[in-house]
Design a protein around this ligand. Structure first.
Ligand SMILES: NC(=O)c1ccc[n+]([C@@H]2O[C@H](COP(=O)([O-])OP(=O)(O)OC[C@H]3O[C@@H](n4cnc5c(N)ncnc54)[C@H](OP(=O)(O)O)[C@@H]3O)[C@@H](O)[C@H]2O)c1
Length: 301
C-alpha cells in the first residue's frame, strides 16, 4: 500500500511517500481503507520529535481517518460501511491506504459529509467535546475560546453554543465574520480586543499557550475552569480558586457517533480550508505549522 512515513525526526523533508506492507488487525481492531486523512498540529509535532513513539522507524503519520471498512470484528461495523475515527495516540498511521483502529474508536461517517470533510472531524472535535465535558459547560456558562477559527476552536465554539453557553472567541480580523457565522456571541479581534471587558468567564479554552495561557487566569471568575491544550498548566501563574488542567484527547467512537448526529442535523458545521492529495503531505505540514488555518486541512487518498 502507499503510505507517508518518516525514518528520522526533522522538518517536512523527512516525509516520504513509499510502499509499505498492509497492516493486520489484532484483537478488537478493524481494517479501514482510508479515503481521507485529517491533518492536525500534533502530526508535525510528532514528525519533529515532540511526540515520540517507542516503535521503530519508519513511523506512520496522522491520527484522523475517514474510509471504508475492509475487515471487521463481531458486533463491529459491516464490511463496506463508511466510518470515521481517531487512531490511539501515540502511534500514527492515517496517511496511508489501509489502517487499523480499535472498533471502539470509530463511528458511522456523517451522511451529509464527504470523506474529506469527515476526516477533518475526529481529533479536533473530540478535543473540543472532551474540553466541554471536563469544564461542565452547560446553559448559561460564559465560555472564552482562544483561536475560535482553528481546528479545535471552530468545533469548541459550536459545541458550547449547542450546550447553551454564551461564547466569546478570539481570531484575527479576517476571521471575525466566520466566527459570527458559527454562532459566536462575541467575536473578538485577538490583536485589539479587551477580553477583560467581555468577562469574567466560567471557562477558558486555551488552544494557543504561552502568554495566552498566562493571560487566561485573569479572565476567569473565582470557581472558573481553565483548560489548556498545547502545553501543561504553568504553575507559576496559578491563581487560587481556579481549576486548571491540560486535557489530552482520547479516541471515542461513541462521542463521534453523537457528534455525527449533530453534524447531520445541521447544528455543527465542519470547515475545511483545503484538501490536498497524499503526495502533498509535506505542504500540508508546512501550512499547518504556520498556525493560520481556518478549520482544517485534509489529505485525500
Ligand atoms: N492536548 C491535546 O490533546 C490537543 C488536542 C488538539 C490540539 N492540541 C493543540 O492545540 C493547539 C490548537 O490546535 P488546532 O488544531 O486548533 O490548531 P490550528 O487549527 O492549527 O489553529 C489555527 C488557528 O489558530 C489561530 N491562532 C494562531 N495564533 C493565535 C493566537 N495567538 N491567538 C488566537 N488565535 C490564534 C489562527 O486564527 P487566526 O489566523 O484568525 O488568528 C488559526 O485559525 C495546537 O497546539 C495543538 O497541537 C492539543
Amino acid at each position: 500500500m502507499r503510505a507517508v512515513v518518516f525514518s528520522r525526526y526533522g522538518d517536512e523533508s523527512v516525509l516520504e511517500l513509499t510502499e509499505r506492507p498492509s497492516p493486520t488487525p489484532t484483537d478488537g481492531e478493524i481494517l479501514v481503507e482510508v479515503m481521507a486523512a485529517g491533518v492536525n498540529p500534533v502530526d508535525w509535532k510528532h514528525r519533529e520529535g515532540a511526540v515520540q513513539s517507542d516503535r521503530p522507524f519508519p513511523l506512520g503519520m496522522g491520527w484522523d481517518v475517514a474510509g471504508v471498512v475492509r475487515a471487521t470484528v463481531p458486533g463491529g461495523p459491516a464490511v463496506g460501511e463508511a466510518v470515521y475515527g481517531m487512531l490511539p495516540l501515540p502511534y500514527g498511521g492515517a496517511y496511508q491506504e489501509l489502517t487499523v483502529l480499535p472498533v471502539s474508536a470509530v463511528a458511522p461517517k456523517p451522511a451529509r459529509l464527504s470523506f474529506a470533510e469527515s476526516a477533518a472531524v475526529p481529533l479536533a472535535a473530540l478535543t473540543a467535546w472532551q474540553a466541554m465535558e471536563a469544564a461542565g459547560v452547560k446553559a448559561g456558562t460564559r465560555v472564552l475560546v482562544h483561536a475560535g477559527a482553528g481546528g479545535v476552536g471552530h468545533f469548541a465554539v459550536q459545541f458550547a453554543r449547542h450546550l447553551g453557553a454564551h461564547v466569546t472567541a478570539t481570531a484575527s480580523a479576517r476571521n471575525l465574520d466566520f466566527l459570527h457565522r458559527l454562532g459566536v456571541d462575541e467575536p473578538a479581534d485577538r490583536a485589539t480586543a479587551d477580553l477583560a471587558a467581555s468577562g469574567p468567564f466560567d471557562m477558558v479554552l486555551d488552544t494557543v499557550g504561552g502568554p495566552v495561557q498566562h493571560q487566561s487566569w485573569h479572565l476567569l471568575r473565582p470557581g472558573g475552569t481553565l483548560i489548556t491544550l498545547p502545553e501543561p498548566v504553568d504553575e507559576i501563574h496559578r491563581l487560587p480558586g481556579i481549576t486548571a488542567h491540560r486535557i489530552i484527547v482520547a479516541p471515542d467512537g461513541e462521542a463521534l457517533r453523537r457528534i455525527g448526529t449533530l453534524i447531520d442535523s445541521g447544528a455543527v458545521h465542519v470547515e475545511v480550508q483545503s484538501v490536498l492529495p497524499l503526495e502533498k503531505a509535506a505542504e500540508a505540514h508546512r501550512v499547518s505549522a504556520e498556525g493560520r488555518v481556518r478549520g482544517k486541512l485534509v489529505l485525500s487518498l
